[in-house]
Design a protein. Structure first.
Lengths: 219, 265, 231
């Protein structure tokens, strides 16, 4: 199997501080990965570089047949297939349906089809009952699930999730975990940055660890 | 304690004397814009020690101010309104002071072709027919009232439809606007001469007897309002109509030309 | 001085549909709205760019805009007058003493207000908004529009503020408009004129309308914000 996504020789500095020093990783199609490491080790930053939200000073990114410099502009077509979800997802102040349909609308999908797909995604996330609620009124767990639905409905090739269970516990956390598990088994390629032990323990995930400014495959 | 009483009394005395030393006048923009007042009033002060403070608005507004008792004396130029003012008891007596004349001025290109006409009303009729811009004071001033009389004489209704600009402001402003809009306006000769350097307007029509512009001075009736300085107003009127005042009026020149002509009897 | 009678007359005037009176009100409204409508497509995207992109001289620009926020409108009128008069560089266009001159003046006055409010709104925007939009596949222009929509209340506040400022200013409008009846006489210039003529009923009527407009627009904004604005 050829690699879907490769990052090679990533160097990321914040002023004097070096976050990554020639770090590399490879993601294979259809696999799930979990990125672990202590707080402040740069998991979020790495994900953002892979998602094109931050630049690295040196290094290369390769997706499918194409290569680009990690320091340079992120190819627009990649944004159609690689979706990043924030640690604290932001929901637009419109409606829940509008949020989920946002990406579909950007891809030029017709209104009815958008609405249908969005309805399905909300059902998948267990949010159908919250349909008319203004997004800012949703609970923390519901916001996470809505963000996942918003990403999933786009059928992304590569999904980058940053701490999907951050600040959640109990029922909310369990619900989000369910969705994360579903995402992984539905054969999207997924990279999850987290220190949630339940996610880390999932057998189907390959573990990547940030260590000494490099990324290594754990055990 | 004594010091305080003395100080207070002195202040009151000064205030009282200051009152007697000040006369409030409501007059028109044409006497102010031409610089006549700034020339005359210091002479009056050095003769009598009285300071005249004036506000320059249109004849209609000036008479209104007098009616309200916010002025001690008015100096205006519209006979009809002046007679009404005195008849209604707002003013004591009307005195002739001086006269000048109105002229119709316009852009040198003279689009309505009125240059040299002797009939002011006919000139206005032509302006209307040509659709040229005409600036009106629109403020019930002496000039405005005269302008309205001329329109009546011409049998033309001045309506705003792109050409008739009613501004509600003073003569100087009207001249500048006529210049900017390349149009015409009715003005007193004095203000026109004073503004010679600011516009390129030229005299188109003059000499029509309907363009004569006499000024009157009237003391505001003190029995109607509590704080009228009637003594000061009377001294001002006396001076204006005296040989000295009349000579001063005749001596006032702008650019070598005499603007106002003494007419006190 | 009895003010009851003029006040009664004022309302009679308003409700009688006096053409001159309502013509004055209409002029005030359409010139103010037009000025803002013309500025919007320029200022809003520009404000976004200034807020987010670091270019040489950016800080100087932001400081300058803040400085011009309270620029005396009468000085705007003075400069515009000199520029538009026949002796001035743009004299050939014969714009002085026309509604267009007032419109230009209003645009100059409103520009820094719209810029400052938009920049503040975008700078205050959650950085995740733009990123989320991009991550979901929006192009930069679209992501900008999405961001602006998310901070629409703060941006609208700028428009309301600018509207209030221009609709009630008198210095510039008087100078470059000339207060010509039926042409360039708007609410503030008419109030100044009629009051000085002692026509208190007119002044009161117009003053009342201006108050209703100025206060009403702010109230409308606050009401629209409703719960959306307050967290």
């Amino acid at each position: 199997m050829s690699a879907l996504f490769k990052a090679e020789g990533i160097v990321k500095r914040f002023g004097e501080r070096v976050l990554f020093d020639a770090a590399s990783l490879e993601l294979e199609t259809g696999n799930g990965y979990v990125l672990t490491g202590p707080n402040g080790s740069g998991k979020t930053t790495l994900l953002r570089v892979l998602a094109g939200l931050d630049f690295a000073q040196e290094g290369k990114l390769a997706y499918r047949a194409r290569e680009t410099a990690a320091a340079g502009p992120y190819p627009e077509p990649w944004r159609r297939e690689i979706v990043y979800v924030h640690q604290q997802p932001y929901l637009f102040r419109t409606s829940l349906a509008d949020n989920v349909e946002y990406g579909l609308a950007r891809r030029g999908m017709a209104r009815e089809r958008r609405a249908a797909l969005a309805g399905e995604a909300l059902a998948w996330a267990g949010l159908t009952a919250r349909h008319g609620v203004p997004p800012h009124r949703l609970s923390g767990g519901e916001k996470h699930r809505a963000a996942l639905a918003r990403a999933k409905v786009l059928n992304p090739v590569l999904l980058l999730l940053d701490e999907p269970t951050a600040n959640l516990d109990g029922e909310a956390r369990a619900q989000v975990l369910e969705l994360v598990r579903a995402l992984i088994t539905e054969s999207h390629t997924v990279l999850i940055a987290t220190h949630d032990p339940e996610i880390i323990r999932l057998a189907i995930l390959t573990r990547l660890r940030v260590s000494a400014q490099r990324i290594e495959v754990a055990e | 304690m004594i010091k305080r009483i003395v100080f207070t009394l002195l202040t009151l005395l000064c205030a009282a004397t200051a009152q007697a030393q000040t006369v409030r006048m409501a007059t028109t923009t044409s006497t102010a814009n031409t610089g006549l007042l700034d020339y005359l009033l210091p002479k009056f002060r050095s003769r009598t020690g009285i300071t005249v403070q004036y506000v320059a608005v249109g004849t209609g507004a000036a008479l209104k101010i007098g009616e309200q008792g916010d002025a001690d004396v008015v100096l205006v130029h519209d006979r009809e309104s002046e007679d009404q003012f005195v008849a209604a008891g707002f003013g004591v007596k009307r005195h002739d002071v001086m006269y000048n004349d109105f002229v119709i001025v316009g852009a040198p290109a003279d689009p309505a072709q009125i240059r040299g006409l002797k009939d002011a009303a006919a000139a206005l009729k032509r302006i209307r027919a040509a659709g040229s811009a005409f600036v009106s004071r629109g403020d019930r001033s002496g000039t405005h009232l005269r302008e309205l009389q001329l329109w009546r004489a011409a049998g033309v209704e001045p309506k705003w439809d792109g050409y008739y600009l009613s501004i509600g402001q003073g003569m100087g402003t009207a001249l500048i606007m006529a210049y900017e809009k390349r149009g015409y306006t009715l003005t007193d000769r004095g203000t026109y001469l004073a503004y010679l350097k600011k516009t390129d307007l030229q005299i188109m029509v003059e000499g029509d007897s309907r363009l004569n512009n006499p000024y009157s001075v009237i003391a505001v009736n003190p029995s109607r309002h509590p704080r009228i300085n009637h003594a000061g107003a009377t001294r001002f009127i006396d001076w204006l109509t005296s040989d000295e005042g009349q000579r001063a009026i005749a001596d006032y020149k702008v650019g070598g030309a005499q603007l106002f002509f003494p007419s006190a009897k | 001085m009895d003010l009851l009678e003029p006040t009664r007359q004022a309302f009679a005037l308003l409700f009688s549909g006096d053409r001159e009176l309502w013509g004055i009100i209409w002029l005030s409204l359409w010139v103010s709205v037009a000025a803002l409508a013309l500025l919007a497509p320029l200022c809003v995207p520009l404000g976004f760019v200034v807020a987010r992109i670091h270019f040489p001289g950016r800080r100087a620009l932001v400081v300058a805009m803040q400085g011009f926020l309270s620029f005396p409108t009468v000085v705007v009128g003075l400069v515009l007058y000199l520029v538009l008069s026949r002796r001035g560089p743009l004299g050939a266009f014969e714009l002085l003493f026309t509604p267009a001159a007032i419109l230009i003046g209003y645009m100059v006055i409103a520009l820094p207000i719209l810029m400052v409010f938009t920049v503040a709104a975008v700078q205050g925007a959650d950085s995740r908004i733009y990123e989320t939009a991009r991550c979901l596949g929006a192009r930069p222009l679209r992501a900008m529009a999405t961001t602006l929509w998310e901070v629409r209340f703060a941006v609208t506040a700028g428009f309301v503020n600018a509207f209030g400022r221009v609709v009630s200013e008198v210095g510039c409008a008087l100078l470059v408009g000339g207060n010509i009846a039926g042409l360039t006489r708007n609410i503030p210039t008419a109030i100044a004129l009629e009051t000085s003529k002692g026509e208190f009923a007119y002044g009161i009527a117009l003053g009342f309308v201006l108050m209703v407009i100025a206060v009403g627009v702010n109230v409308a904004l606050a009401w629209l914000q409703g719960e959306g604005g307050l967290e």
